[in-house]
Every structure is written in structure tokens, then in C-alpha cells.
Design a protein around this ligand. Structure first.
Ligand code: SF4
Length: 461
């Protein structure tokens, strides 16, 4: 849906040229949102804006919101409240709300925060430059909320991405948008629309440009990334084939991807991880719950047994591969037995990492309307117990790495000790080691000397 309350059409020459204006993009949520924010920054820089370090000083403020849980929505509304004071003090400030909450709650945003100039959903990012320019001319509140109703290929209207922006050692490359799975707890198919894949040529072009500017590691992003390539105009391109194609780009030394959907995680992808040197030995595969009855209510299209088969095949084919996951406790109707099933799955699979959440009902999802919601104190108890269990397992796994050798891409100095640098191993363990900052950007061979809960300390070999 596109709504324009009052709108005159402006020719390009009539639009303001915000040569000295600055912008600030505040981001909540997942890597896809981070990537969208990069895209927004690129659009704003194309019309002459420059980044500001401070939200309070920027002339154009975009809030890129998340609706996956209630907390980031509350934070966005709280920030909108604070921005009312900014707008009062500096009426020429342009405020836009983008992302998943924008897609879902445009009317409410306008009612609760009338100082917002425009609301843009996830499918209309390319309209941001025009909306900013029109807001600078005091156009009325505008809304853009178009999403494709069908799965298929993306007819890409993106500008050339990453060009003219700061060079990056690591970069996200979106390859697929939206989702067709409709899990009963998830709002993503509503906020991001049906599943669409980017043309392979566009992806490879972007990876080449990144490599030319010094990027060594790319992470291919998609809501269900291994569903890439269906319904494309150029014909089906399996995800495993895309991994081979990206690995042929000169200069790209590391390839990761997130997040695969378990049902579609087939042997060809496991073989690609095993056989392509640039593809890192790391799989982040969301389990969500440890019982088939709960998985069924979540409308996850796999069973505990089929998930277990994939884990076994990955571990047999690639023993050094780490496996991490996402877990939810306190889903509506979750019995003590189902919850114990999740704890047991965590003990059995011994994940190398996990994002763990207490279920938060989302308006617009089936599970959000069910009346067997779990009491907050039960959810709190369950999430605390789950986190304690998983943290203990991670500490044991990391302790068992002491004495092993790893290859680390050194990315930054550590926060606490400037004599230390850090980066991730091929299997995505965070590794810290002594060393000067001039090691940043290099791949080093190290040996682990100490296991921490959240990573390893190592020394150069
Ligand atoms: S697979 Fe399920 S949880 Fe993941 S984005 Fe799609 S609907 Fe949401």
C-alpha cells in the first residue's frame, strides 16, 4: 500500500540539495536490518548527506525498526518520544521510521508520533531519498508500504551497493528476502513479504566490488538462506551452486551464510562446506524447540529426528564444523515435558552457540492470538535455566579447545586491553590474542591457551 496524504510532485531541480546536511540511522534487530541500514546510508549519501556521530545533531534521522519481539518496538516508540523534543527545538529535522515496525504499525506511529515525517516499509527503501527531499520542503506525512504478494525473483532496483562507502574487511551480502514458511510465532512473512531471490549476477557483481575494495569475508544473508534460487527468471540456482560461484571471486577468502532452514539443509550444501576451502566450517541452524509436538504448533516443517540427522551428517562430514542455533521457551501451550525436551535437546546436540529467547506474542501472528499463553514468571524461569545450561556447555566446549590450532581473521583490538586483538576462527569462535593493531586485516594461525564462556584466548604459532 502507498499512501500520500498531501503530495505535490516535485521535479528534481525543485528538490532541495542537502549538501551539508547530516544523517543518523538508528538500527534495531537482525543482520538483515543492519544491511538495510547500510543501504539507507548509501541512498542518503547519494543525495549529498554525510554521516553524523550523534542522533541529536543529525538533520535527517531514520529509525530502522524490528518487530520480531516486543522489546525493540518499545525502544523505538521510546526514542520517537525523545525525538519529539528534537523536532520542537529544530523543526527542520527530518524523521523517518523504516523497517518491520513501520511495515506493521504505520498508522499507530503517525498517531503516537505526529512529528514523524514519513514511514517506509521494508519493500520501499529506494524511495527514501525522495521522501527525505520532500520532507525538507515540509511535505505532509507520507507512507510507503508496498510488498510483493508472490514469491519469485527480485527485479533489483538497488543502486550499486557498497560503492563509495568505507572499505570493510567483512560484509553482509543479502541474497534472498522475505519468507514463505509462516511459522506461527513469526511476523517476518508479513513485514518482509514473500520469498524473493536476488539475481545471481547481481550478487556476484557485488561480491567482486567488495573484494576489489579489500573485503576478505562475506556473509550471505537470507531469512531462509538455503532456499535461495527458487522461481528465478534465470532458472533455478541451487544455494550450493551459489557457494561455488562466490568462492571463485578473487580476493574473497572466507564465505559464511545465515540462516539456513533445517528442512532444506541438504547434502549438497554439506558437501559444499566440506569441499570449498573458502566456505567456513560453521552452521547456524535454528532448532527453536526440542519436541515434535511444539515444533508442529510452531509450524516448523521438520522433526527433532530430521534435525538430528542433519547435525549427524554435518558432524560426520566436517568434524571441525561448529553448529549453533536459535531456541524459544515459553511458546503458547508449552508443557513442562516439552520444555524438558528443549533442555534435553541442548544437552544432546551440545551447540557451540545459541540465541535463546522467551516467547513474546506478536500481534498479527497466529500464536499471538492463542489463549494458552505461558505465565511471565514461568517463561522467566525457563529462559534463565536454559541460558545457564547452554552457557555451561559452551564453557566446556571452549575449554576442550585448549591446545588446538585455529585460523583467525583479525578484525579489531579488544575493548578491555589495547595490547590484544581479536577475530573469529573459521568455525566462528571469538579468539583473542596479544598483538599490535597492525595485525588487523590479516589471517593468523594461532593455538588456543584458554577457554572462556564466549570464546578463546590464543597465542600466535
Ligand atoms: S522460517 Fe519461520 S522464523 Fe524464519 S523467517 Fe520464516 S516464518 Fe520467520
Amino acid at each position: 500500500m502507498s499512501t500520500t496524504l498531501t503530495r505535490q510532485s516535485l521535479t528534481l531541480s525543485e528538490r532541495p540539495k542537502p549538501r551539508k546536511a547530516t544523517y543518523f540511522v538508528q538500527t534495531w534487530g537482525c543482520q538483515m536490518n543492519e544491511e538495510d541500514s547500510e543501504q539507507m546510508a548509501l541512498y542518503l549519501e547519494q543525495i549529498g548527506l554525510t554521516p553524523s556521530d550523534s542522533i541529536g545533531e543529525a538533520q535527517v534521522i531514520l529509525l530502522n525498526t524490528c518487530s520480531v519481539r516486543k522489546k525493540p518496538e518499545d525502544k523505538a516508540f521510546s526514542m520517537l518520544g525523545e525525538l519529539a523534543f528534537v523536532k520542537r527545538a529544530r523543526p527542520d529535522t527530518v524523521i523517518g521510521v523504516c523497517g518491520c515496525m513501520a511495515q506493521l504499525r504505520a498508522k499507530e506511529i503517525h498517531q503516537r508520533a505526529p512529528h514523524v515525517d514519513f514511514v517506509v516499509g521494508t519493500g520501499n527503501l529506494s524511495e527514501i531519498p525522495v521522501l527525505v527531499q520532500e520532507a525538507m520542503l515540509n511535505q505532509a506525512f507520507q507512507v510507503r508500504l508496498d510488498l510483493p504478494e508472490r514469491s519469485g525473483a527480485i527485479v533489483s532496483d538497488m543502486p550499486i551497493r557498497h560503492v563509495g562507502r568505507e572499505a570493510k574487511l567483512k560484509a553482509y551480502v543479502p541474497i534472498q528476502y522475505g519468507c514463505d514458511k509462516f511459522c506461527t510465532f513469526c511476523i517476518v512473512p508479513t513485514t518482509r513479504g514473500r520469498e524473493r531471490s536476488r539475481p545471481t549476477a547481481d550478487i556476484l557483481d557485488e561480491v567482486r566490488r567488495l573484494a576489489d575494495t579489500g573485503t576478505k569475508e562475506v556473509t550471505l544473508l537470507g531469512q531462509t538462506v538455503n532456499s535461495y534460487g527458487k522461481n528465478m527468471l534465470e532458472g533455478k540456482v541451487p544455494f550450493s551452486e551459489l557457494l561455488y560461484l562466490v568462492s571463485k571471486v578473487d580476493g574473497i577468502e572466507r564465505i559464511r551464510f545465515t540462516s539456513p532452514y533445517p528442512r532444506d539443509f541438504k547434502s549438497d550444501v554439506i558437501q559444499a562446506i566440506r569441499d570449498i576451502p573458502q566456505v567456513m566450517e560453521q552452521v547456524h541452524m535454528p532448532l527453536q524447540a526440542g519436541s515434535n509436538s511444539e515444533l508442529k504448533r510452531m509450524k516448523r516443517l521438520y522433526t527433532l529426528e530430521s534435525f538430528s540427522d542433519i547435525v549427524a551428517e554435518v558432524r560426520e562430514s566436517i568434524p571441525s564444523c561448529s553448529i549453533s542455533t536459535d531456541l524459544i521457551v515459553g511458546f503458547p501451550g508449552e508443557t513442562e515435558e516439552e520444555y524438558q525436551g528443549t533442555l534435553q535437546a541442548v544437552r544432546d546436540f551440545r551447540f557451540d552457540g545459541a540465541y535463546m529467547f522467551a516467547y513474546s506474542p506478536r500481534p498479527g501472528t497466529p500464536a499471538g492470538t492463542w489463549d494458552d499463553q505461558i505465565a511471565p514468571d514461568v517463561k522467566k524461569h525457563r529462559i534463565n535455566e536454559l541460558i545457564t545450561l547452554q552457557n555451561g556447555i559452551m564453557a566446556e566446549i571452549n575449554q576442550a579447545q585448549v591446545g588446538k590450532e585455529f585460523e583467525v581473521l583479525i578484525e579489531s583490538q579488544t575493548n578491555k586491553n589495547k595490547a590484544m586483538v581479536q577475530g573469529f576462527s573459521r568455525c566462528f569462535r571469538l579468539i583473542q590474542l596479544e598483538g599490535p593493531p597492525d595485525r588487523i586485516g590479516r589471517i593468523a594461525k594461532v593455538k588456543a591457551t584458554k577457554g572462556l564462556r564466549a570464546g578463546l584466548v590464543a597465542e600466535l604459532i
